[in-house]
Ligand binder design. Structure first.
Ligand SMILES: *[C@@H]1O[C@H](CO)[C@@H](O)[C@H](O)[C@H]1NC(C)=O
Ligand SMILES: *[C@@H]1O[C@H](CO)[C@@H](O)[C@H](O)[C@H]1NC(C)=O
Ligand SMILES: *[C@@H]1O[C@H](CO)[C@@H](O)[C@H](O)[C@H]1NC(C)=O
Ligand SMILES: [Zn+2]
Length: 437
């Protein structure tokens, strides 16, 4: 009779055999796991292997591939499925290759192992933001092809670098390139966000960040003296006015009249003043300069001209010896002066088709939203092209940029089905949409 130890070893080796066998399987889930393991996290994303992987996947389903490097080492990968009428405006499905960093010691599974738990959770940085959609686009096209479906309009898929650090060497350059113009893009689907409930979230615009710095100058003086026109005094007046404006905006949110992303947020991020001493600050002196920095976020419908007037006349008026600088990190109006957002009513055929396609899979869309922050979609919208932000993840906690980011295998698989419906419906649209670009 064999010893219990030998039996145990025998069983363990069988378990290992089965386990490694399962990992060698080639399924949509294992392909998703493979893509998640590439180290495209900041601060040193390496795109080489991830791009090769995607090219292999694309070639296996006969999509044409093209890599464009606007900045060396930062590739934009473009896949194309040619439509039967390539003259019609095309569709573009975009995702970014990079991800934010992960603090491995704060995760229950290593963030680049793409470990799949018994209940189907796949843990990895990028699982939700946004490697899921990058693989789902390919898998859905693979399924459509295997069913013999062929598109009327050409379908492009793009994978861009550097989204998480502003897209300056990625989508910003791609969007204004001749290569992009040649695609003749009519409608774009880009990343969205998970939904904890059972309705898919969809985004039609995002907020534009402004970095505001206000500076005050004033008469310096003894700390003991009461006098007018000091720099601190001048700055504090502005700080109070800005705080009041902030409250007014926040009141709309608190009263349930607007979502957080629908108001102008203005948050103080630094204060700088005082005369330095060896031990800290000189306490008996009122300084001659003072400065404050603010993070502003403007929803698409905000009036940038009115806000600039308010800043010039109330928040940093020259009459109070104040100056200011605004760094606008994006545009609020396109070159024709239009608000940069995508219309989500039935006057927009793209929207109607998209909505019906999601509903055809048994899904329901939540009320369209403005994104609290911003994504690469802004570079495309500012060209006058419509973009919806959509990542099909329902009943999923929002874990973008958080520890223990995960996506359930069943949610990932359902997403492929949703894209099959969305891609096939959009690329079959034979109507005309007179869009002025
Ligand atoms: C990026 O990864 C590839 C292989 O995947 C490797 O050959 C290359 O040296 C890496 N680049 C850098 C800068 O580390
Ligand atoms: C790709 O093209 C080859 C050659 O035309 C064909 O045999 C193969 O079935 C195609 N594969 C797919 C997934 O379309
Ligand atoms: C602005 O600066 C001028 C010149 O230094 C000074 O006379 C005036 O009182 C200052 N006004 C305020 C509001 O600080
Ligand atoms: Zn993202």
């Amino acid at each position: 009779m064999a010893s219990p130890l030998l039996w145990t070893l025998f069983l363990i080796s069988i378990i290992f055999f089965l386990k490694s066998h399962a990992e060698q399987e080639d399924t949509p889930i294992t392909r998703f796991q493979q893509y998640l393991r590439f180290r495209t996290d900041h601060p040193n994303p390496n795109y080489t292997a991830a791009v090769s992987f995607l090219i292999n996947q694309a070639q296996s389903i006969n999509l044409s591939t093209r890599t464009i490097e606007f900045v060396p080492g930062k590739p934009v990968l473009l896949l194309t499925w040619l439509g039967s009428n390539p003259k019609l405006p095309s569709l573009l499905f975009n995702s970014h290759l990079d991800s934010v960093p992960a603090e491995a010691d704060k995760w229950i599974h290593p963030p680049f192992s793409a470990h799949r738990t018994d209940d189907g959770r796949i843990y990895a940085r990028g699982a939700q933001d946004d490697k899921c959609i990058g693989v789902q686009y390919l898998e859905s096209i693979k399924n459509l092809k295997s069913r013999g479906f062929s598109p009327l309009r050409t379908v492009h898929i793009s994978y861009v670098p550097e989204e998480e650090i502003g897209g300056f060497d990625g989508m910003e350059k791609f969007a204004v390139s001749s290569e992009f113009a040649e695609l003749n893009v009519g409608f774009v689907v880009d990343e969205g966000q998970a939904s904890p409930g059972d309705e898919y979230r969809v985004f039609y615009g995002d907020r534009t960040p402004w970095e505001l710095v206000i500076r005050a100058e004033g008469i310096p003086g003894h700390g003991a003296k009461l006098y007018d026109d000091g720099a601190m005094e001048n700055l504090m007046k502005s700080v109070e006015l800005i705080s009041r404006f902030r409250e007014t905006q926040f009141d709309f949110v608190k009263a349930g009249k607007a979502a957080n992303s629908e108001v102008i947020s203005v948050n103080p991020v630094y204060l700088k003043a005082g005369t330095a001493s060896n031990t800290g600050f000189v306490m008996n002196m009122q300084p001659s300069e003072a400065e404050a920095g603010y993070d502003l976020r403007l929803p698409p419908m905000a009036d940038p001209y009115a806000l600039k007037k308010r800043i010039a006349e109330e928040w940093a008026p020259s009459i109070r010896n104040m100056t200011y600088t605004i760094k606008e990190k994006g545009k609020l109006r396109d070159h024709l002066g239009r608000v940069i957002m995508t219309s989500t009513d039935d006057s927009n055929p793209w929207w109607s088709i998209f909505k019906k396609a999601v509903e055809a899979t048994g899904g329901k869309l939540a009320k369209p939203e403005i994104l609290l922050s911003s994504t690469d979609a802004r570079y495309i919208r500012s060209l006058g092209i419509q973009v919806l932000g959509f990542s099909p993840m329902i009943n999923t906690p929002v874990l973008v940029h958080d520890h223990n980011e995960f996506l359930k295998d069943t949610v990932f698989m359902k997403g492929i089905e949703v894209y099959e419906s969305v891609i096939s419906a959009l690329c079959s649209f034979d109507g005309v949409y007179d869009q002025v670009i």
